[in-house]
Design a protein around this ligand. Structure first.
Ligand code: NAG
Ligand code: NAG
Ligand code: NAG
Length: 467
């Protein structure tokens, strides 16, 4: 275990040296791109009054998210995207942002299980207002609610207002098999499968009917979030979305990573190895019905030696990454084309903020022009790597994105969307106790025993975990 981060650091240092040698102009400028005609939206002016303030998304973001326009200044010893990324996955954050979650396990209609981690873990329900906003988080590839980049938002968001936080609830929806969530059906997750998020959101709306739901996704989770919001359009249960380090065009990322040495040796193999470990850990459950298409794919994927992400996706994700009939795909490239999120941004119909870094070693193409959509704001920082954004200033662990993301949550929590943009299918409980949505009887969830308090800083070992 200790050898892996060390070699990663060596390679990243090499990357840093190459960057310096190439004299690339490392601008620290942050580009914020609004639509040419940003949508006009209404927000409540304050908690006390019922008055509405109407303005364009651009005016509201400029007024209420000032931190978004601050340049990103990296700490000097994490001076490029590789070092930022490697520190993100190998740094010791176990003492940072300590928190606990209260977990609820949801059994889905298809037999699968989701682990929903709620913060604050211990809430005096009689004191929490029913309309307290809920931030719904989707983590990165093979990550979980324990990820330091997740805690960097969860901690300040769920800290009470009196103690300087936002006083919100946060729910991290752990993907199947992640952060201790068991696998109970022959299906994993993927960058494109949105039904698990959809079912979690229906459950949350049923449990907290008057709470606004705000979406936040990281990397692979950002891709799922973007696709969910785009697929639902005017029926999105999330009233806003924020996507950090979204991979967008998966086919393009695959090509550019595999066409570079570091991309292949560090990132592709790091991510492929983590996914293979996840399958190894859960192989018994994935093999339960040996005739199932997923069971037939297990031996092959476990036999791969140091697989790249592309090799893993070819052997497994295209088969097991979601439900039939969408899955299986004939090959991984077909899966990449389907799951990419850049091409669906045009369908987003709620305020949506996407932040990427220019020197992200994993994501090479950012669809900046997508903000032709009046609801979309695209942001590109001059550095930060993939989910790093470690800045100089008050301590090495401060992340540039914390402030702008919290400001965005505060802004969009106060949103009052016109009723035509607030039309998700209504929920009901069926005869077997599943919370379902009108018109989607194949989806639904019910609480099963086994939840409770989990240590948010527990972690799960593995290099490049959570990217
Ligand atoms: C955790 O949440 C459940 C409801 O899902 C609740 O019954 C329980 O009291 C909570 N635990 C704590 C310690 O607050
Ligand atoms: C990924 O990119 C490589 C290099 O361009 C290409 O050979 C391969 O077909 C692509 N797709 C997959 C699934 O590997
Ligand atoms: C490393 C890299 O290729 N970064 C790219 C991020 O996205 C912007 C906008 O698409 C490109 O200009 C950068 O080159």
């Amino acid at each position: 275990m200790s050898y892996i981060p060390l070699s990663l650091y060596t390679i990243a240092l090499l990357g840093a040296a190459l960057t310096l040698l190439s004299f690339r102009n490392m601008s620290s400028q942050t580009t914020v791109q609004f639509g040419s005609q940003p949508a006009i939206i209404s927000v409540k002016s304050s908690d006390e009054s019922e008055e509405l303030e109407s303005a364009s998304i651009r005016e509201l973001v400029e007024a209420k998210c000032p931190s978004l326009f601050k340049p990103f200044k990296p700490v000097w010893w994490l001076c490029n995207g590789h070092l930022q990324t490697v520190h993100c996955v190998t740094g010791d954050f176990s003492k940072i942002d300590p928190l606990q979650y209260n977990r609820t396990y949801l059994r889905l209609v298809d037999g699968g299980t989701l682990g929903l981690d709620f913060a604050p873990a211990v809430a005096d329900e009689s004191k929490v207002k029913p309309d307290t906003p809920i931030i719904v988080v989707q983590h990165g590839l093979t990550g979980g609610s324990y990820e330091p980049y997740v805690r960097a938002i969860v901690k300040p968001a769920c800290t009470p207002v009196e103690e300087g936080g936002l006083g919100y609830r946060v729910v991290v929806v752990n993907f199947r098999g992640c952060a201790g969530t068991p696998i109970t059906s022959q299906q994993l997750y993927s960058a494109g499968h949105t039904d698990d998020l959809r079912q979690a959101l229906a459950y949350l709306e049923h449990r907290y009917p008057s709470a606004p739901l705000l979406g936040l996704g990281y990397s692979l989770g950002a891709n799922v979030l973007t696709r969910y919001i785009a697929e639902e359009g005017e029926n999105s249960r999330l009233i806003s979305g924020c996507a950090l380090a979204c991979p967008w065009d998966l086919e393009e990322n695959n090509h550019s990573l595999l066409n570079s040495f570091l991309g292949t040796q560090v990132y592709q193999k790091g991510m492929g190895g983590n996914l293979q470990r996840l399958v190894r850990k859960h192989q018994e459950s994935l093999l339960i019905d040996p005739e199932h298409r997923v069971a037939k794919a297990v031996p092959g994927v476990l036999a791969l030696k140091k697989p790249t992400l592309a090799e893993f996706d070819e052997a497994f994700t295209r088969i097991a990454g979601g439900s039939a009939p969408t899955f299986p795909f004939p090959d991984a490239d077909a899966y990449y084309r389907w799951a990419s999120s850049h091409k669906v941004l045009k369908d987003v119909r709620v305020p949506f903020l996407a932040i990427n870094a220019t020197d992200d070693p994993v994501v090479h193409k950012v669809p900046m022009s997508a903000s032709d959509n009046p609801y979309v704001t695209m942001v590109l920082t001059g550095g930060g790597g993939h989910l790093g954004w470690f800045q100089s200033g008050d301590g090495i662990t401060s992340r540039w994105f914390t402030e702008p993301v919290l400001e965005w949550m505060k802004l969009t929590e106060a949103l009052v969307l016109p009723s035509k943009l607030r039309n998700p299918p209504s929920t009901y409980v069926d005869e077997e106790g599943f919370v379902c949505e009108q018109g989607r009887p194949h989806l639904g969830s019910k609480v099963i025993p086994g939840g409770g308090i989990v240590d948010g800083n527990g972690g799960e070992a593995g290099a490049l975990q959570g990217l």
